[in-house]
Design a protein around this ligand. Sequence first.
Ligand SMILES: Cc1cc2nc3c(=O)[nH]c(=O)nc-3n(C[C@H](O)[C@H](O)[C@H](O)COP(=O)(O)OP(=O)(O)OC[C@H]3O[C@@H](n4cnc5c(N)ncnc54)[C@H](O)[C@@H]3O)c2cc1C
Length: 364
Amino acid sequence: MQSLHYNVAIIGAGVAGLTAALVLAKQGLKVAVFDSQGPEKRSFGECVHGNIAPILAKLNLLEQFEQTGHFALQGYQIEWDGAGEYERHLLASPHGTGWILNRSAFDKTLFLQAQQAGAEIFWHARLHHLKLQGEKWDLVIKHDDGTHSSVTANFAIDASGRARVLTRKLGVFEKKADTLIACCSYFQHSAKHSMFAKKAIIQSDQYGWWYLVPFSSSQSSLCYFTDTDLSIPKSADALLEMANTHSALTQYLTACEPDKTTPFKIVPAYSSSLASYFGKRWLALGDAACSYDPLSSYGVTSALGSAFYGASALLKYFNNEPQYLGVYQQLMQARFLDFLEQKDIEYSKVSHYQSAFWQRRKVA
Ligand SMILES: Cc1cc2nc3c(=O)[nH]c(=O)nc-3n(C[C@H](O)[C@H](O)[C@H](O)COP(=O)(O)OP(=O)(O)OC[C@H]3O[C@@H](n4cnc5c(N)ncnc54)[C@H](O)[C@@H]3O)c2cc1C
């Protein structure tokens, strides 16, 4: 078993973990990132609004981002309460139009930037055990080939998304606002679907809602959001069949078939927050700190922002100014509470359907 020492050990190489690694390694800290998956992993979450630009600029990533060729997101085609379709244009929003991310390209940029800054990234490596011993953490990392590494670090970061592997091991209290899950698949279109290339489609139905996002001229992601205890599609074909019962979706789903290179997935999508975003020698970032309903299209921007502000606060901590960790938490919690209010308003607009899914979301 090898033994390694780092200033900071980060669990999770998603948007939050890689961005924090970039910020910290750039300032000369020795940083390791561990992820249970491989670099080829594909993450859902393509739509971002214009408010991602200021945070990308702070990270010096905006220029490269604009050259990567992400689609413009001009707005949403929405049918939200069974009352006909309407369009919500983003041009009139305070930050202007947004983007439909090519997530593979976006995630790869973050990975390469973090690596170039000097962070060490270990794939197929999951957190197995951790213990605070005096001034440092002892971590045991389990690799997919069955071997273990022993790692010590002065500080540990939970950036493992809703899995919250580090903070759950520490017993940090988490509050879930709902039990939303997403049934998702990627689709290949044989005909170019330029007609909806600049829009994402949102459609409510009796037991949840649909999200159809075209992220290249021949590919889209389709997700159905519902609750864990309700009836759910269990394969890409079942998902497509269900989607095709909705006229607003059918027009975009002709001549398409499931992308066989990426499996159908059922993933958690609930809104939630930790009671505390930091503690003795640990910090939570991105979805691990607070997770947003995908209806908000805010998860990726939040992950970037929380990594930037959280890592900046950690640099202050290493400079004997620990109070900035509290400032980071206040900033994140205030934004999350605003979002919860907005989420309740959006869901309570739907009164057309009477199922448990919508009843649970009625504001008393
Ligand atoms: C279906 C769906 C659609 C979405 N759509 C949008 C959207 O349109 N716009 C938007 O902005 N956001 C969207 N989101 C949210 C967005 O994807 C997330 O908010 C964002 O990816 C959070 O990034 P993160 O780095 O915090 O977590 P994640 O991206 O979840 O990364 C966590 C990482 O931790 C790793 N990990 C997990 N367990 C372990 C372990 N035991 N050991 C080591 N590593 C581990 C995982 O492999 C993963 O790489 C969507 C989410 C879902 C589920």
